[in-house]
Design a protein around this ligand. Sequence first.
Ligand SMILES: Nc1ncnc2c1ncn2[C@@H]1O[C@H](COP(=O)(O)OP(=O)(O)OP(=O)(O)O)[C@@H](O)[C@H]1O
Length: 603
Amino acid sequence: MKRKLDDTDWSSKDAAAKSARTNFSSFSLDPRLMQAIAKLDYHTPTSVQTSVIPPALEGKDVLARAKTGSGKTAAYLLPILQHILISKESNAPATAATTGLILVPTRELADQVHKVIEGYTEFCGKQIRAVNIARNISDSIQQSLILDHPDIIISTPSRAAIHFNTETLDLSPLKYLVIDEADLILSYGHENDMQVIAGALPKGVQTFLMSATLTDDVEQLKDLFCRHAFVYKPDQKEEQGEGGSVSQFYISTGEDTKFLLLYVIFKLKLIKGKSIIFVADVDRCYRLRLFLEQFGIKACVLNSELPVNSRLHIVEEFNKNVYEIIIATDENEIMGEEDDDENADADEVEGNDDKDNDQPKNKKKKRKSKESKLRKRDTEYGVSRGVDFQNVTCVLNFDLPITSKSYMHRIGRTARAGKSGMALSFYVPKELYGKHRPTSVASAENDEKVLERIKRQQGKMGNELKPYNFDMKQVEAFKYRMDDALRAVTKVAVQNARMKELKQELLASEKLKRHFEENPEDLKHLRHDREIKVVRVQAHMKRVPEYLLGKGQAANMVQGSGKAVPFKVGGRRVNRGKTKGKGKGRTVGKKKDPLKSFGKSKR
Ligand SMILES: Nc1ncnc2c1ncn2[C@@H]1O[C@H](COP(=O)(O)OP(=O)(O)OP(=O)(O)O)[C@@H](O)[C@H]1O
């Protein structure tokens, strides 16, 4: 049976037409937009852009399902910006009105979309004004921003609904509506807000539903917002032909060995470039950061506890290469658990039409229970989902996520914009399940189940997860250092680090500035609060003694199928440290750099 998303299905049969449009100039975009595209160094449109921009320029509604990092933002923004520029030229002097509303599930994403618009409109002068009302600003500032009638408003659904209900936001002039990350909007509890907005839309609004997966929620939104959409849903081949593939590996490991491997991987720079390490909860974020710090490895943390402005700042810093490693918790907190038999994500990704239509009641039931689980959670938080972390070489799942969907979004943080990347996942099989597993980490049984689901889901998309084998004998040589470091990172140290970070964020908070001005004593207390001690720094731990790196040892750390692992040579970057030749032990030197041989051994 055919899936409902059938209005105008764009698939590989149109490949010939698509290949004829391989550059941005074929879209006849405004020269100012073309200038921005050139400045951003976009040479060719991605597949979703090639397919979606032409019908969108013709005014068609669009429903696009494309993998993470495939360039969906430009696919809807460029046509909207083009329309606005044209209408301004033909209707001048027009009265100011908000014609574009972009809804995203989280504040982080709102900020990101706003920045992307700023980039695309850099050469448009003041012709296009966009405001982000999801920012952490007072209601009165939000109101004045809206009443200034910018061309485009970016918001979370809840903010938009609030301002609509208070009659600040007038939706009657609206011409373009975008629902970005559509598969997540409802799971963040925005259903009522979406109903409010749908009921207030004027006729003829061009709607864009953009999503990485086609889920029930997207289907629901489609019914609500765009019945006759142009549907972009690339087949497996097309998606793979896009480039930007992620090589996926998993390592079977015990809880303690995870730390050992982490140390080896990052200290020996077996991964070249930037990494995101995903962990199960906030405590783990700090634990890992303190652990890595012991070896002189700098990392920043990103979690739900940090104020939204701090989170935005952290992503910015990471994108500016201030940090090479980010340790993040993710949407596990909001994604809920997958039903055992369901694996709905995989089916939905593939568009399992029969299932959709044959079991509507079951699906509705599932959807309801899923929604009620999710509804309870924070409605405006998501630290990684959809966030454009740039140039990430590796996503390392220190703790396996608890759903295959979450896995897909995690690994979508690498291999963006046609680049390739790798995902490395630690998983704890039943027999290696130890006592020290944090309660928030799914049970060992779950790790096994989840890995199976992930493999199935990725398999359906033509992707394979390969085992990655370290020669544990070689790795074990590093164990005593790991033990030393782990001993130093006590529970108290983790709590202190968590407190310290929050304290710093409070001091830096713009929102509290006024409070501190009015209550200087509070500020004084916070500043002079006793210095929070975290972990004693052990200088010797920062160096890797030569005997641990005996000739070719690192090269032999990977065994068997590990030969295919694309760990890159860390090369000169290892040497960048000022410690070379100083101190008692020798650091990793250029000639003795184990990564060189490691890299050579990879294929
Ligand atoms: N044609 C292009 N050429 C080069 N880079 C591009 C192109 N289009 C987009 N990009 C870049 O690719 C990255 C990913 O784009 P974008 O965030 O739009 O992806 P996405 O599909 O929305 O991902 P997600 O689903 O994770 O939100 C961005 O850094 C963007 O600037």
